[in-house]
Design a protein. Structure first.
Length: 344
């Protein structure tokens, strides 16, 4: 009799837990129904981040339980730092607001960058649309169309950056100057890559360095017309479309330079286009949005639009970004000190 009563109790407990799980799932679904999700992009309209978020925003709602509306807003400034701080400190942690900003800001915290008001270990990461393949592009007017011409430039070419703080263009240019001995004058303070493109087309800049996917999508006509040329890749491997463009890692002059390229450019490229929720967002909503993001990035309709817009898609999971963050906080103090001296 005791055994029967015990079995019955276990069965009742299992049924109760199952029911609670179903209720929680239904509650999550009901939460998003009729709501609006805001994606806040940390850079100006017209750039690569903006293109990815707006394309995502047109499809994400179909993959979120409850089919909410999705809108995209731009909050440019300080190389995405304004958005990162806003998501961490201001945005309500309810799953209805998440930010799209560069992974270089996470490195900035480790290096002690001024103005950072977040702890990278506490964001709820959703993932990223791709692993970036950073490249350096020059306009025809600059007179530079090969790496050799860049290296031999008597006057350091002016290259655009998005801020004086942590960001991919700025960091990549500084690291390349040291690791490869390249001549370059960093002109920072632009709100995003769209502004850098305009400045380059106006002759104010010779070019800059940022992901190939963004350049290919937003500077496509200039590339096709031969007005812009890719002269260097800074990623860990060659992009299939850029097989004849040299890799920075193979040109680095010292072991220290190679380590800086690995940490400051390669690792950052994994989390370059990250999407993140505020800390303390309910875990069930985080998981719903993580799954929705990955499902959207595999959605045939989304992929068709991305292909038309020349947006590369190579999904990065939240777990991969969390691993990058953990590695950043376990770097050798000596390397951190050298990177801080170079980049900040």
């Amino acid at each position: 009799m005791r055994a029967l009563r015990g079995s019955g109790s276990l069965g009742l407990l299992a049924a109760l837990l199952l029911g609670l799980g179903a209720m929680a799932e239904a509650a999550s679904t009901d939460f998003f129904r009729g709501k609006t999700i805001r994606i806040i992009v940390g850079y100006a309209a017209g750039g690569g981040f903006d293109a990815y978020s707006r394309t995502l925003g047109r499809h994400l709602g179909r993959h979120v339980a409850g089919n909410p509306t999705v809108v995209v807003e731009n909050m440019p400034g300080a190389g995405g730092l304004i958005t990162a701080n806003h998501i961490y400190r201001v945005a309500k942690p309810d799953g209805l607001t998440f930010g799209h900003f560069g992974g270089g800001l996470l490195e900035g915290q480790v290096l002690g960058q001024r103005g950072i008001e977040f702890d990278a270990r506490k964001f709820e990461y959703l993932g990223a649309p791709l692993r970036a393949y950073p490249v350096c592009a020059f306009t025809r007017a600059s007179g530079i169309s090969t790496f050799e011409q860049w290296m031999a430039a008597k006057t350091p070419p002016k290259l655009g950056g998005v801020s004086t703080s942590s960001s991919s263009p700025d960091h990549a240019i500084k690291i390349l100057k040291l690791a490869l001995g390249l001549p370059a004058q960093l002109v920072s303070g632009y709100k995003g890559t769209a502004d850098i493109r305009l400045a380059a087309e106006a002759g104010e800049l010779a070019g800059s360095c940022w992901p190939w996917s963004s350049i290919r999508a937003t500077w496509r006509k200039a590339l096709e017309a031969g007005e812009v040329t890719i002269v260097l890749q800074t990623g860990p491997t060659s992009h299939p479309e850029l097989a004849n463009v040299p890799l920075a890692m193979k040109l680095a002059r010292t072991d220290e330079g190679r380590k800086m390229i690995q940490v400051g450019i390669h690792d950052a490229s994994v989390a370059f286009y990250l999407w993140a929720l505020p800390p303390a967002t309910p875990k069930d909503r985080v998981e719903i949005l993580r799954k929705a993001l990955q499902d959207t990035l595999k959605d045939p309709a989304f992929l068709a639009e991305a292909e038309k817009a020349k947006l590369d898609i190579d999904p990065v999971t939240a777990a991969e970004i969390e691993k990058v963050v953990a590695n950043l906080f376990s770097l050798d103090p000596g390397l951190v000190a050298k990177l801080k001296e170079l980049l900040l």
